[in-house]
Ligand binder design. Structure first.
Ligand code: FAD
Length: 694
């Protein structure tokens, strides 16, 4: 095939050849929206031209089959449904109120028309539920969040914090969307510090009711999804107050959850005593109607207490299997980790979309070249590889780590094993914060990697970035969650020295803590062969060594500072150290899972490709933190240099199979190439040029 027939200009009509402006725009459009299935696929040929060394043989379909998992069918139903309903697709420009209505109609369409009923899977088959969330979220992130508010938060609170009577009464209505609901935990003055919330629920033994009260402005429930327009009910978190024998006194039993109707089921009018305000236009997720709720002595039946962990009898006696307020609070929040698991998994979905768009574009976009030679693909620049290839490796790594998290979560839901509950709590906190922070940063990198065209709304980075940004804050602020991981690690560490055992996720620390206490081996510190550096044992040892070291030193520092500053002050003095420790642990867990996934891959070519990607993930992270390893002579200078060189080389190798690696994500065209429903490059081009004002 002649080279001229593979350039974008060969796709131009005669008319366009004669009009330079139109021609240039068309060219740009083809860069942005490559005709991937064109028989003379420029993309494909160019990819081959990009690689100057033998290219690994990767079959995207086989790799994809390994990645997809067993719930791909339900995701495909979601994608097909939106393909068949262009009227339900989100346009680029839409007003807030219209967007909220559209989002509601999208949700109704998925549930009532496409017949996808996620609610039963929340408990029965969480992996299927999260697959649905990921798919709807990739169609429109507002829709993913609205669905999550309805089923994970409002529905999940009823299922997980309530008992049979609640399930019997509410399941059907939640499932079929008649009972749209909210999850009202956060208040104006308290978000992360949930135990600081001030809304109160006082039991009235005379009427057998609870009285829900917002005692001051700071206690107004704020940011509550589904509250501003659509919600009929809210699960309201409030301090449970019980009258004592002395009539003027009440005792605070701690934070509990209550079902509070907020709008009339028939008329949709706001109910007496409830005040609802709109939180207004947001940076992103404007399809979701977030609102503020104030309660002026709203009375609800005693049965509306979600009473799995604590109950109040007709005569006002409190009973609970859990002895303290703190234990009940931990059990209550422990049941809500599903939201975090879903966010971590969906965030990887966003990273897949962004890296696919940026990598496909970078393969096609050409700028500069050697004198008198054709321009080269921008992905042939080492700097572009440096931006995008470790990101692609992280996307794969996070995929397997979050799949592992979902498996553990599903197991926990079945067994209620105490050890597993603690493990999933820390792992979901860690992965949610690590992955969402990474994706948020990567979205900016992807936009920049696509130059000016990355800034066109039609190419999605703007909406992905704005919609995803808050993933770092809701369901637990990332900085706060990482501290829970560090706290858990330190607890396990102390237990170890008291002769206790590590929970499964931390068990690697037992061995590596001992290794840490001895000096690094001066011989292996100098080993620099490719075989050694690509040996999973070397990579895992390095990650584990770093975590052990950080853990040991954090414990020593905390002990020292506690003497003078008290435990709260000491924690704050060591906070950055503790956050680094938590991140290091999460990176270790991610790498372990990636290595396992490579080992288990049945197709040899896919396995070889994933091994390459896994090595890049590991060595790039070691290189990023080379100062730590060098400081303690864990790696000698020659080895540090070898790691750097090899990481660069692996980036280059991964670039050569980058097309197959992103194809294996198997994302529908309307998610990665053009606005929803604009399947052909021509249509996408029309929208794009309209957007830029031509
Ligand atoms: C779009 C959107 C939707 C939401 N939906 C809901 C909903 O449906 N229901 C609901 O109940 N809530 C909802 N929220 C609220 C959300 O859960 C809270 O915003 C979140 O928990 C963080 O609380 P905050 O905003 O009070 O932040 P703060 O806790 O005030 O945090 C502010 C900053 O202080 C830092 N910080 C706080 N504590 C510490 C600490 N101990 N150590 C170090 N740094 C710290 C944080 O890292 C952060 O950078 C939503 C929020 C938004 C924006």
């Amino acid at each position: 095939m002649s080279s001229s027939s593979t350039t974008p200009s060969s796709n131009l009509t005669d008319d366009e050849q004669q009009q330079p402006t139109t021609r240039r725009i068309r060219l740009l459009s083809l860069h942005l929206n490559p005709p991937l299935h064109h028989p003379h696929n420029h993309h494909h040929l160019h990819l081959q031209a990009c690689s100057s060394r033998a290219k690994m043989d990767v079959n995207a379909d086989k790799l994809s089959a390994y990645l997809r998992g067993k719930h791909r069918d339900v995701q495909e139903r979601v994608f097909e449904y939106f393909n068949s309903r262009p009227d339900l697709q989100t346009p680029i420009e839409i007003l807030k109120d219209d967007y909220r209505e559209l989002c509601m109609n999208q949700l109704l369409g998925v549930v009532r028309e496409a017949g996808i009923r996620p609610f039963r899977y929340v408990v029965e088959d969480p992996a299927k539920y999260f697959a649905i969330i990921e798919a709807v979220g990739s169609v429109d992130m507002s829709l993913g969040i609205k669905l999550g508010v309805q089923y994970s938060l409002w529905g999940g609170s009823v299922l997980n914090l309530g008992t049979k009577k609640h399930k019997d009464k509410y399941f059907e209505g939640i499932d079929n969307l008649e009972y749209l609901g909210c999850f009202a935990m956060t208040e104006l003055h308290h978000g992360s510090n949930v135990q600081g919330i001030q809304t109160i629920a006082t039991f009235d033994p005379l009427t057998d009711e609870f009285i829900i009260t917002t005692p001051n402005d700071g206690a107004i429930k704020w940011w509550i999804g589904n509250a501003a327009v659509h919600g009929k009910f809210a699960t309201v978190f409030a301090k449970l107050m019980l009258p004592t024998h002395d009539k003027n006194e009440v005792s605070d039993m701690g934070v509990h959850a209550f079902i509070v109707p907020i709008r009339d089921l028939k008329t949709h009018q706001t109910l007496p005593g409830v005040e609802i305000n709109d939180c207004g236009h947001k940076v992103g997720l404007n399809g979701v109607d977030n609102g503020a709720l104030r309660f002026r002595d709203v009375r609800i039946p005693r049965d509306n207490l979600l009473n799995r962990f604590g109950d109040v009898s007709r005569d006002g006696t409190y009973t609970s299997a859990l002895p303290t307020i703190n234990k009940r609070f931990a059990a209550t929040l422990g049941e809500l980790v599903g939201g975090r698991v879903g966010l971590a998994y969906s965030s990887v979905g966003v990273l897949k979309i962004a890296s696919t768009i940026a990598i496909r574009y970078s393969l096609l976009r050409q700028q500069f070249g050697p004198p008198k030679k054709p321009e080269i693909s921008i992905l042939d620049y080492q700097s572009q590889q440096h931006k995008l290839m470790p990101m692609l490796a992280s996307t794969y790594a996070f995929h397997f780590a979050t799949v592992h998290l979902i498996e553990k979560y599903s197991q926990m839901k079945k067994t209620h094993d105490e050890q597993l509950v603690a493990d999933v709590h820390a792992l979901s906190a860690g992965l949610k914060s690590y992955v969402t922070s990474y994706t948020a940063k990567s979205l900016s990198i992807c936009r920049e990697a696509c130059g000016g065209h990355g800034y066109a709304a039609v190419n999605r980075f703007g909406s992905l970035r704005n919609d995803h940004d808050i993933f770092q804050t809701f369901e637990g602020d990332n900085t706060v969650l990482l501290q829970q991981v560090a706290g858990d690690l330190l607890k396990q560490y102390q237990e170890k020295f008291r002769g206790g055992t590590f929970a499964v996720t931390w068990s690697y620390l037992r061995e590596s803590m001992n290794t840490y206490l001895s000096q690094p081996n001066p011989v292996t510190a100098r080993w620099e062969s490719e075989d050694h550096l690509r040996d999973p044992k070397f990579q895992l040892d390095a990650f584990r060594y770093r975590t052990s070291r950080l853990l040991q030193s954090a414990a020593v520092r905390l002990r020292k500072h506690t003497k003078t500053l008290g435990s709260f002050g000491a924690w704050n003095r060591c906070l950055n150290h503790l956050l680094t420790l938590a991140e290091s642990h999460i990176e270790t867990v991610i790498l372990e899972n990636f290595i396992e996934a490579v080992k288990s891959c049945p197709d040899a070519n896919s396995q070889a490709a994933m091994k390459l990607v896994c090595d890049l993930y590991a060595l790039n992270l070691i290189w990023n933190d080379i100062g730590t390893y060098r400081n303690v002579d864990y790696v000698a200078p020659n080895k540090a240099k070898a790691i750097h060189k090899l990481a660069d080389y692996l980036s280059f190798q991964v670039k050569n199979i980058a097309k197959e690696l992103v194809d294996a994500f198997d994302l529908p065209d309307h998610v990665t190439r053009a606005p929803i429903g604009k399947q052909s490059p021509g249509e996408a081009y029309a929208e794009y040029t309209q957007f830029v004002g031509f």
